[in-house]
Write a protein that binds this ligand. Structure first.
Ligand SMILES: Cc1ncc(C[n+]2csc(CCOP(=O)(O)OP(=O)(O)O)c2C)c(N)n1
Length: 581
């Protein structure tokens, strides 16, 4: 049967067809929809983990129990999960284990552009790379067989355009796989150095076996013979661009990218006069071919950063783009639309205060990272999930007088559960006097509202145990924990002043539900009294989409205003009011 599917939905479909019993992971664009679709199959146990490392570890447990397990994440998630990932490469598998990493070329929604194919090479695991949703489905399904056949976790590398592309998928039924049950095997599963040294040889042997398999496999690494004497080696989404650009070229499309089928590529190269490599991001395949002594052209002909597209590939292979965009918007007078916090979002109130109090803000990743953008511009550093806590501790300890007593770490609830907790333990154990602000909106908002351990819901929306952020902090040993309402600016200001002055670790939890996720309307639209307004601009500097300047005065868009009252509080002239209901 054929079905129109999103690439990520197709991965879930393929895993389901393979009889997967368990799915876990942590949300992150562009991977998030995979688990959400898998959760539509009630018989599969599907759950969000607090972070990718835990998600992979639980998946490894399910795999050890003899079940097929899927673990999904975005590319940077694999950095977090790298420890169990590298070690699971040594243990090998019982049931099949597939780890999906969704890479984000061009950084549509990521802090870096890493090419996770290097992870497969470094960890010595098999890696498959689909080009479209149909392949995403069958490759996900067959990856479980590969995993069991070669006794290895399989990394499936998706990229944004494969994950978020919709295409026709050949769907099938669910395979009847029965769980193998746990098999005690200490030498295989307990990675003591003496065992690991033995396993190291097994890892190498299975890679050689997998390479021999890939060299022979027309299914995973098909050759499309063309009329011309030009050959292209390609993988992933680039395949479509290559076919469209050079319909007459011969193409070797690599689907089992690691271990690279080098003999197959060499034989292919011998059949053509000129050889190109077209791949997205790093010259991963190209470097291997150059090292093998092949003459290839590739990365020097394209930008080293960003996504491929038809124009880039046409320039690469033909010297000039063949297609002229039918609608050229490059010079169109379109207004810029920078991302912004929702009108009514509690995060905005906090960042308005941070700016007003001239705090040094060690930020983190979530909707609240937008507090770094103008006019708030109230974040001084942001690195990766969880880093705010350690950075705040370090800056507070070593910063000059301006930073001392003025530094806060700012983190969301999901990010706190993800990787903020160890940082807080570090503060405690090392007698820091830093202050951490947790912006607790009871959801993972940035990625579309997935539940986290503080939400009280599971991935299917059913009730689940709900962790209380304040109790978690107290349980860790923080003595100064206070919960504030982020919409009450005076109360929050006082709390921040007091906690910054405290000689020990303190945590301020700004607790208010995400207005988008929980559909909160906080009040009636604000009203401006222009006869009182002195045009100081304080309300505009709050940076809310619902308020803008018109003829020198603030104007509120009643359709957008959520009635949160932050602009009312910053207006010293009392020219803005929220009408009582
Ligand atoms: C290691 C890693 N995994 C996943 C992501 C994707 N991601 C970005 S922010 C975020 C969580 C945001 O939730 P929270 O901290 O609660 O803040 P909110 O967006 O709700 O304000 C996630 C999952 C990421 N950037 N890095």
């Amino acid at each position: 049967m054929k079905k129109l599917m999103l690439g990520n939905e197709a991965v879930a479909q393929g895993a389901w067809e393979a009889g997967v019993a368990f799915g876990s992971g942590y949300p992150g664009t562009p991977s998030t929809e995979i688990l959400e679709h898998l959760a539509s199959h009630e018989e599969v146990v599907v759950q969000w983990a607090p972070n990718e490392k835990v998600g992979l570890e639980v998946s490894i447990g399910a795999m050890l129990a003899g079940e097929r397990a899927l673990c999904t994440m975005k590319h940077v998630g694999l950095n977090v999960a790298a420890d169990p990932f590298f070690s699971a490469a040594y243990t090998g598998v019982n049931g099949g284990l597939v780890v999906v990493s969704a890479d984000d070329p061009a950084m549509h929604s990521s802090q870096d552009e890493q090419d996770n194919r290097y992870f497969a090479k470094a960890a010595k695991v098999l890696m498959v790379e689909p080009a479209d949703p149909d392949e995403a489905c069958w490759m996900a399904r067959e990856a479980f067989s590969l995993s069991e056949q070669f006794d290895s976790p399989v990394l499936m590398r998706m990229t944004t355009r494969v994950s978020h592309q919709t295409g026709v998928v050949n769907v099938g039924g669910k395979q009847a796989v029965s769980g193998k049950g746990f098999k005690k095997n200490i030498a295989k599963y307990v990675l003591l150095p003496s065992h690991a040294r033995e396993r190291r040889h097994d890892v190498e042997q299975r890679l050689q076996a997998a390479r021999a398999f890939g060299n022979q496999s027309g299914l995973w690494n098909p050759i499309y013979e063309g009329k011309s004497r030009i050959g292209v080696v390609t993988s992933g989404v680039a395949f479509g661009y290559v076919r469209e650009t050079m319909p007459d070229a011969s193409i070797l499309k690599i689907g089992l990218t690691w271990p690279l089928p080098i003999e197959r590529i060499k034989s292919f190269a011998a059949t053509v006069d000129e050889l190109f490599v077209v791949e997205e991001l790093e010259p991963f395949i190209e470097e291997a071919l150059l090292a093998a002594g092949l003459e290839v052209k590739g990365s020097a002909l394209r930008p080293y950063t960003g996504e491929l597209n038809l124009t880039v590939v046409e320039k690469m292979l033909l010297g000039a783009p063949k297609h002229v965009a039918t609608v050229d918007l490059s010079d169109a007078p379109l207004p810029p639309r920078p991302p912004t916090l929702c009108p009514g979002c509690g995060h905005r109130a906090m960042f308005d205060l941070f700016r007003e109090m001239r705090l040094r803000v060690m930020g983190d990743i979530g909707c609240y990272t937008l507090g770094a953008l103008k006019p708030l511009a109230a974040m001084d550093a942001c690195l990766c999930m969880g880093a705010s806590v350690g950075m705040a501790e370090g800056l507070q300890r070593f910063g000059g007088p301006k930073e001392k007593g003025k530094t806060v770490g700012v983190i969301g609830d999901s990010t706190f559960f993800h990787s903020g907790i160890p940082g807080l333990l570090d503060m405690l154990a090392n007698r820091s006097d830093a202050t951490l602000v947790i912006l607790d909106n009871s959801v993972t908002a940035m990625t579309g509202g997935q539940p986290n351990p503080g939400t009280g819901k599971d991935i299917r929306g059913n009730d689940a145990p709900q962790l209380d952020t304040a109790m978690v902090c107290k349980g860790l040993g923080v003595k100064r924990v206070r919960v504030v309402d982020p919409y009450k600016l005076d109360e929050v200001r006082k709390a921040i002043e007091e906690e910054l002055a405290a000689p020990e670790v303190s945590v301020i939890i700004a607790k208010a539900p995400c207005i988008l996720q929980y559909r909160v309307t906080r009040g009636r639209p604000a009203e401006v009294k222009t006869d009182i307004c002195n045009r100081c601009g304080a309300c505009i500097r709050v940076g809310c989409m619902a308020i803008h300047e018109h003829d020198g005065y603030p104007e509120v868009d009643p359709e957008m205003c959520n009635g949160c009252g932050v602009c009312e509080q910053v207006c010293e002239e009392k020219a803005i009011t929220i009408p009582k209901a």
